[in-house]
Ligand binder design. Structure first.
Ligand SMILES: C[S@@+](CC[C@H](N)C(=O)[O-])C[C@H]1O[C@@H](n2cnc3c(N)ncnc32)[C@H](O)[C@@H]1O
Length: 203
């Protein structure tokens, strides 16, 4: 198991680029802002919060969630851009999500950080947390590793087929593309997808 807080303590954070994900910037240019819905947006595995602050600057209440206290301490050192806040917690823990609802989740480098055996728990969290008609919007990593490194994540690879099957039938993919804007070295490795929460199967 990865000790995420220790990785922040050691400065072993190659994912930390100092600014928001380029595919998120591209998405904001491309999509109507209504895709985020009218409720709050959750950013699981938010790290130091660059994506949180960008989404918050749209005027949306945005909650960044992470299980590493040091990541959130660093996130809280930044000036606010809007109505953002941070919570310490485990996205996969049903107790954390009890009673919470979001109109959208922004996924970036959390899905690939979680061990593949826990991906059903990730999907269960999305089903519980996203209101019907809401969206799971994410940049997923199809080939984050170099050849030969596939079993040594995180990050762990995903595939389009796996992701579609993972979130069906509660979610339907309504759009996807390979982003033109990306961090150096991630060219062609990322895939942006928007899944809409269907309104059936509600308890
Ligand atoms: C690869 S880092 C990415 C951080 C951030 N999204 C970024 O791109 O800078 C993965 C993050 O997910 C957090 N994380 C891993 N598993 C988590 C979980 N189950 N619940 C909440 N956060 C988690 C880690 O602490 C870490 O900050």
């Amino acid at each position: 198991m990865t000790d995420w807080n220790q990785r922040y303590e050691l400065g072993d954070t190659p994912w930390e680029k100092g600014h928001a994900a380029p595919p998120l910037l591209e998405l904001l240019e491309k999509m109507d802002p209504s895709i985020w819905g009218e409720g709050a947006v959750l950013v699981p595995g938010c790290g130091t919060g660059h994506d949180v602050r960008l989404i918050s600057a749209l005027g949306l209440e945005t909650i960044g969630l992470d299980l590493a206290p040091l990541a959130l301490a660093k996130a809280n050192e930044f000036s606010k851009t809007g109505k953002e806040s941070y919570e310490l917690g485990d996205f996969l823990d049903p107790a954390w999500r009890k009673g919470k609802t979001f109109s959208a989740i922004w996924e970036h480098t959390c899905y690939c950080a979680i061990h593949p055996s826990c991906r059903p728990d990730y999907a269960a969290a999305c089903i519980d947390l996203i209101a019907p008609g809401g969206h799971l919007i994410g940049v997923f990593f199809l080939t984050p590793n170099d050849p030969g490194e596939e079993d040594e994540g995180p990050p762990f690879n995903a595939s389009i087929e796996e992701l579609d099957a993972r979130f069906a039938p509660e979610f339907e993919r309504i759009d996807s593309w390979v982003p033109n804007r990306c961090y150096p070295g991630r060219e062609g490795k990322e895939w942006v997808a928007i899944y809409r929460r269907n309104s059936f199967n509600q308890t």
